[in-house]
Design a protein around this ligand. Structure first.
Ligand code: FAD
Ligand code: MG
Length: 300
C-alpha cells in the first residue's frame, strides 16, 4: 500500500491497544498506518497472565501473532519507528517519523505508559521478574510465599490490603507514608505486618530486603506502585486534555475513547487510570470502531 495519498487513520503505538484498534479499521477496509517503537510496558516480564486464551504466554509472542494477523489485511502499513511529532493539518493530521511526514484523517494514540520506580538499588533489575505492581498478573506464581509491599505513598495501603490474598504480607513503609490508626487496624485484620525501617537495597535470588539496621527480610516477591507517565509527548503536542489517576496522569477520553481533540482517539494504558493487556485490547477495539464511524458519521 502506498502512503503518499495519506491514510484514514494513523495509529501511534502498535502493541495490544494499537493493534486491536487497527484490526477494526482494517476489517472495515480502511487504510491504516501503524507506527510503533516497540517499547512495550511489560517487556520486562517473561510471561503475561490473566489474558483470555493467552494465559502464561510471553508478552512479545502475543504481540507478534497479533501483528502478523493484522498485516494480512491489504490496507494496513506498519513502520517500526518513533513518531516524533503530530500536528493538525488540512483534513486531518501530519505525523513525523524519522524525518518523513505522513498524513492521516484521524489519529489513534495507543502510546502506553512508562513506569518510574523508587530509586532503591536492586529494584529496577528485578522489575517484572520478582518485583511487580499487579497481583492479578504475577501474584499466583509467588506460590503463597512471603510478600513485601514497598510503599511509595498513601495509595500503597490499598496494595497491601489487596496483596494479602496472595501470601503473608509485610508493608514496608520506608518513610513514604504512615498508616493512621484506622489503617493500622485494617492492615491487622488482613494479617499484614508493618515494617517501618528504611529500605537500603533489594538483593538475593528473589527479593530480599536489606534494612537500615542491617537486618534482612526474605520475600518471594515485592509489589510496589510506580509513578506512570504517558510514553510520548505527542498527546500533549496535539492538545489532548489529561486526567489525574492514582499513579500519574493519563489521556482523558469519553466512553468511545474520543479525546478532547476532534479526530484524535486514545486507548490502552495511556488512556485509563490503571491498565492491563485485556483492558488495552478492549479499549483498542472500541477506539478502532469509533475512529471508523467518525470518518463518515457526525459526532453524537
Ligand atoms: P504498551 O504495551 O505499553 O505499548 C505501547 C506501544 O506504543 C509501545 O510499543 C511503544 O513503544 C509505542 N509508542 C509510544 N510512543 C510512541 C511513539 N511516539 N511513536 C511510536 N510508538 C510509540 N498486564 C496483563 O494483563 N498481564 C500481565 O501479566 C502483565 N504483566 C506486566 C508486567 C510488568 C512488569 C508491567 C510493567 C506491566 C504488566 N502488565 C500486564 C500491564 C501491560 O503491560 C499493559 O497494560 C499493556 O502493555 C498496555 O498495552 P498498550 O498497548 O496500552 O501499551
Ligand atoms: Mg498499543
Amino acid at each position: 500500500m502506498t502512503l503518499a495519498a495519506g491514510v484514514d487513520a494513523i495509529v501511534i503505538g502498535g502493541s495490544y491497544a494499537g493493534i486491536a484498534a487497527s484490526l477494526q479499521l482494517a476489517r472495515a477496509r480502511r487504510r491504516v498506518l501503524v507506527v510503533d517503537a516497540g517499547i512495550r510496558r511489560n517487556r520486562f516480564a517473561a510471561a503475561s497472565h490473566g489474558v483470555l486464551g493467552q494465559d502464561g504466554r510471553p508478552p512479545a509472542a502475543i504481540v507478534a501473532d497479533a501483528r502478523a494477523q493484522l498485516l494480512a489485511y491489504p490496507t494496513v502499513a506498519w513502520i517500526d519507528g518513533m513518531a516524533s511529532e503530530a500536528r493538525q493539518a488540512a483534513d486531518g493530521f501530519a505525523v513525523t517519523v524519522d524525518g518523513a511526514a505522513y498524513h492521516g484523517r484521524r489519529i489513534v494514540l495507543a502510546l502506553g505508559v512508562s513506569d518510574e520506580l523508587p530509586a532503591i538499588p536492586g529494584l529496577q533489575e528485578r522489575w517484572g521478574v520478582s518485583v511487580f505492581h499487579c497481583p492479578y498478573c504475577h501474584g499466583y506464581e509467588l506460590n503463597q510465599g512471603p510478600i513485601g509491599v514497598l510503599a511509595t505513598g498513601p495509595m500503597s495501603i490499598h496494595q497491601a490490603l489487596l496483596v494479602a490474598d496472595w501470601g503473608p504480607t509485610t508493608l514496608l513503609t520506608n518513610g513514604a507514608f504512615e498508616p493512621d490508626e484506622a489503617q493500622v487496624s485494617q492492615l491487622a485484620s488482613r494479617g499484614v505486618a508493618i515494617e517501618r525501617g528504611r529500605v537500603l537495597r533489594v538483593a538475593g535470588q528473589t527479593a530480599d530486603i536489606e534494612l537500615g539496621d542491617g537486618s534482612i527480610l526474605a520475600f518471594a516477591g515485592l509489589f510496589t506502585m510506580p509513578t506512570t507517565r504517558v510514553s510520548s509527548p505527542i498527546a500533549a503536542q496535539l492538545g489532548c486534555a489529561f486526567e489525574e489517576g492514582p499513579s500519574g496522569s493519563f489521556i482523558g477520553t469519553d466512553p468511545v475513547k474520543a479525546t478532547s481533540v476532534a479526530g484524535v482517539f486514545a486507548c490502552g494504558d495511556a488512556a485509563r487510570a490503571a491498565g492491563s493487556v485485556s483492558l488495552a485490547i478492549g479499549d483498542g477495539a472500541m477506539a478502532g470502531a469509533a475512529t471508523h464511524r467518525s470518518l463518515f458519521m457526525p459526532p453524537v
